[in-house]
Design a protein around this ligand. Structure first.
Ligand SMILES: *[C@@H]1O[C@H](CO)[C@@H](O)[C@H](O)[C@H]1NC(C)=O
Ligand SMILES: *[C@@H]1O[C@H](CO)[C@@H](O)[C@H](O)[C@H]1NC(C)=O
Ligand SMILES: *[C@@H]1O[C@H](CO)[C@@H](O)[C@H](O)[C@H]1NC(C)=O
Ligand SMILES: *[C@@H]1O[C@H](CO)[C@@H](O)[C@H](O)[C@H]1NC(C)=O
Ligand SMILES: *[C@@H]1O[C@H](CO)[C@@H](O)[C@H](O)[C@H]1NC(C)=O
Ligand SMILES: *[C@@H]1O[C@H](CO)[C@@H](O)[C@H](O)[C@H]1NC(C)=O
Ligand SMILES: *[C@@H]1O[C@H](CO)[C@@H](O)[C@H](O)[C@H]1NC(C)=O
Ligand SMILES: *[C@@H]1O[C@H](CO)[C@@H](O)[C@H](O)[C@H]1NC(C)=O
Ligand SMILES: *[C@@H]1O[C@H](CO)[C@@H](O)[C@H](O)[C@H]1NC(C)=O
Length: 226
């Protein structure tokens, strides 16, 4: 009896171990041009040629969150110092700060209450590249995709180098930035973004149609230009 238990216990532990691993994001450049994807606080940033992958891993199974985006038309010197047309993070190749707008941002929150991951695509800082995030673990979790010619079709007043800015970034008003709690609704500008990407955040309070969830423990694929 006791022998069986002491044999079973390590076996059970081995079975449970894979459930408590850090989360991996495989980031793929499916664009026809080179991009410089970036991620904080896990990852930093790299140059990624077409069809190459970059894998980043979180270092904890505690509740944590982060963002992933891509930069375009960058030049860096040998010390990793430079500039990008869009998505720049204070000139560093290996990002530790948030990107400048316009930029399409993938957001994730892992191991939240009830063992849930939350993930979304946010256009609240505008749009620079199409992107998709796809859960690859077990379970029936939805992929989220934002594609469409948003840069090309951008409203003239939001147009910017490398993409299309959000109204919040251009006008910085409480209405567009949802700065006043409980008083924020769609505007013609958020509707413009929503018309291209119905599953992405088009303004800060756009939760019902824009936030997705999956049981924690699985990994993700992030594809630029899906
Ligand atoms: C995990 O990564 C974060 C962000 O890179 C870092 O601040 C933290 O010190 C790391 N923790 C451990 C235990 O390595
Ligand atoms: C990028 O910065 C992170 C810390 O944010 C560090 O762990 C990593 O080694 C750096 N990568 C390179 C290539 O320097
Ligand atoms: C990149 O990742 C994708 C999806 O995970 C995989 O199908 C592909 O083989 C990988 N490509 C390379 C060059 O490793
Ligand atoms: C996870 O959280 C616990 C309690 O807050 C903390 O003691 C531990 O260091 C954290 N682990 C990591 C890997 O961050
Ligand atoms: C950005 O890079 C792309 C691809 O290399 C190129 O076609 C485009 O002209 C560049 N845009 C600017 C403003 O330099
Ligand atoms: C990057 O450039 C800035 C301004 O030219 C300089 O102050 C900084 O030391 C450089 N950083 C590195 C890592 O070379
Ligand atoms: C998976 O989820 C989709 C939509 O959330 C639903 O339509 C489908 O029936 C689900 N499939 C299974 C096998 O549960
Ligand atoms: C995107 O929109 C612009 C402006 O309407 C147009 O010139 C361009 O051909 C479009 N690109 C694609 C791929 O549809
Ligand atoms: C990559 O882009 C091509 C179109 O250029 C598309 O057909 C394909 O489905 C994309 N692959 C992924 C994994 O999104």
């Amino acid at each position: 009896m006791a022998a069986t238990t002491s044999l079973l216990f390590p076996l059970l532990l081995l079975l449970l171990l894979p459930l408590s691993q850090a989360t991996t994001f495989v980031i793929t450049n499916n664009c026809s041009q080179t991009i410089w994807p970036a991620a904080t606080p896990y990852g930093g940033g790299v140059e990624l040629l077409p069809s190459q992958n970059w894998t980043i891993t979180t270092n904890t199974t505690n509740s944590t969150s982060g963002i992933i985006w891509a930069r375009t038309n960058c030049t860096f010197d040998s010390s990793g110092n430079g500039t990008c047309l869009s998505g720049d993070c204070s000139g560093a190749l290996n990002c530790t700060s948030r990107p400048s707008s316009p930029v399409t941002v993938v957001e994730y929150s892992l191991y939240q209450w009830g063992n849930n991951d939350f993930y979304d695509i946010s256009l609240t800082d505008g749009f620079n590249l199409p992107v998709a995030i796809t859960p690859t673990g077990p379970g029936n979790c939805s992929a989220v995709k934002c594609t469409g010619n948003i840069s090309g079709e951008c409203l003239p007043e939001l147009r910017a180098a490398g993409g299309c800015k959000s109204a919040c970034d251009v006008y910085k008003t409480d209405e567009y930035c949802c700065n006043k709690v409980g008083s924020c609704s769609p505007t013609k500008y958020s509707r413009f973004f929503k018309s291209f990407c119905p599953n992405a955040y088009s303004y800060a309070m756009d939760d019902p149609t824009s936030t997705f969830t999956c049981t924690s423990g699985g990994d993700y694929r992030v594809t630029f230009c899906p």
